[in-house]
Design a binder for this molecule. Structure first.
Ligand code: SAM
Ligand code: SF4
Length: 328
């Protein structure tokens, strides 16, 4: 699949549920209303959808959410997709998780061919974690991360940079990640969905964070790229990597290789734009996948050149859907 700007689309992020067991302040309102079940694709439908993307040349699938690991029986989907790794055309199956279920599920992930996962952890401090997630217990997540490590999964920690919540913790987190061999990726908050608190108060520029980190750590430039928005450095003192995702300060769209599908089968060609394609109708109407594949290919022809997040508009929710809908 090649879009109108010559970009090869080889990566799809699939949200398997809009539900979550946490309520991160930048992501969800506390009293979120979730989708009725009939609107959400079944696990079988999700698998057919992913299979169509793989047939069309997708090499990497990331499951996300909401929290992907709270979807009931999600392991059966992971098992099905796991069989496509290698000769089946898929090069990588991965997921982004908040880590709360990993003590139970890390082994199953590893068994089904998952090699690396991203775990969102904004802080190591129990009180700050509760403040960021409203409900979470950081010890449960850290146990989950250690279970993942023990299962042989490569872990990357994602932390959203939040003024007044974790802004004094990055040195400690970098050190902790280095000790355990985890890469760390810091993310700027993005204006997605109404979350009931003022996001401009929380916004922290990663240019400032990087400059502060450089007072203590040696960040060596690296050519390491994932095709995504992160800019990576090698941390000389720890041997691990640190990435910075700065969607607001810098443009990363030229190298975009991905599309996103929500748990209702809506395909978004760009995280920062409203244009979308309905894949649920062709999925539910046809027994064969021709119409589904045609709908995907048609949507790719509409992939926009880039997003238009602007810092001044941070609190106006540039896009009305929450990150838990498109999955990040
Ligand atoms: N529940 C899983 C988790 O937290 O990892 C997967 C879904 S979550 C929506 C995916 C990522 O999006 C998380 O790393 C989260 O921190 C990030 N995220 C959510 N809302 C965001 C926002 N407004 N700006 C930047 N990142 C956000
Ligand atoms: Fe849930 Fe992830 Fe959103 Fe936090 S960021 S509320 S864990 S979906």
């Amino acid at each position: 699949m090649i879009d109108p700007f010559g970009r090869h689309i080889t990566y799809v992020r699939v949200s398997v549920t809009d539900r979550c067991d946490l309520r991160c302040v930048y992501c969800m309102a506390e009293d979120m209303t979730f989708l009725p079940k009939r609107e959400v694709l079944s696990l079988e439908e999700l698998e057919r959808l992913c299979a169509a993307f793989i047939d069309l040349g997708v090499k990497k699938i990331r499951l996300t959410g909401g929290e992907p690991l709270v979807r009931r029986n999600v392991m059966s989907l992971i098992e099905g997709l796991g069989t496509r790794i290698g000769d089946g055309g898929l090069e990588e199956l991965t997921l982004t998780t908040n880590g709360t279920q990993l003590t139970k599920m890390a082994d199953g992930l590893a068994r089904n061919g998952v090699k690396r996962i991203n775990v969102s952890l904004d802080t190591l401090d129990p009180a700050a974690f509760k403040q960021a997630t409203r409900w979470g217990d950081v010890a449960q997540v850290i146990d989950g991360i250690m279970a993942a490590k023990a299962a042989g999964l490569h872990v990357k920690i994602n932390a959203v940079a939040l003024r007044g919540i974790n802004e004094h913790e990055y040195d400690r987190m970098l050190e902790w990640c280095g000790q355990h061999g985890f890469d760390l990726c810091l993310i700027e908050t993005m204006p997605l969905g109404d979350v009931s608190e003022d996001r401009t108060d929380r916004f922290l520029s990663l240019d400032v964070v990087r400059a502060r980190l450089r007072l203590r750590w040696t960040l060596d430039d690296t050519s390491y790229k994932t095709g995504g928005p992160a800019r990576y450095y090698n941390v000389r003192e720890t041997g691990a990597r640190i990435g910075f995702i700065t969607p607001l300060s810098h443009n990363f769209c030229e190298s975009c290789n991905r599309v996103r599908v929500t748990c209702t089968g809506t395909m978004y060609m760009c995280l920062g734009q409203e244009d979308a394609a309905d894949l649920r109708t062709p999925l539910r109407e046809g027994l064969r996948d021709d119409a589904l594949k045609a709908a995907i290919l048609e949507a790719i022809t509409r992939k926009p050149k880039g997003h238009d997040f602007v810092e001044e508009r941070l609190n106006q929710a540039a896009v009305t859907r929450h990150m838990s809908v498109t999955g990040g």
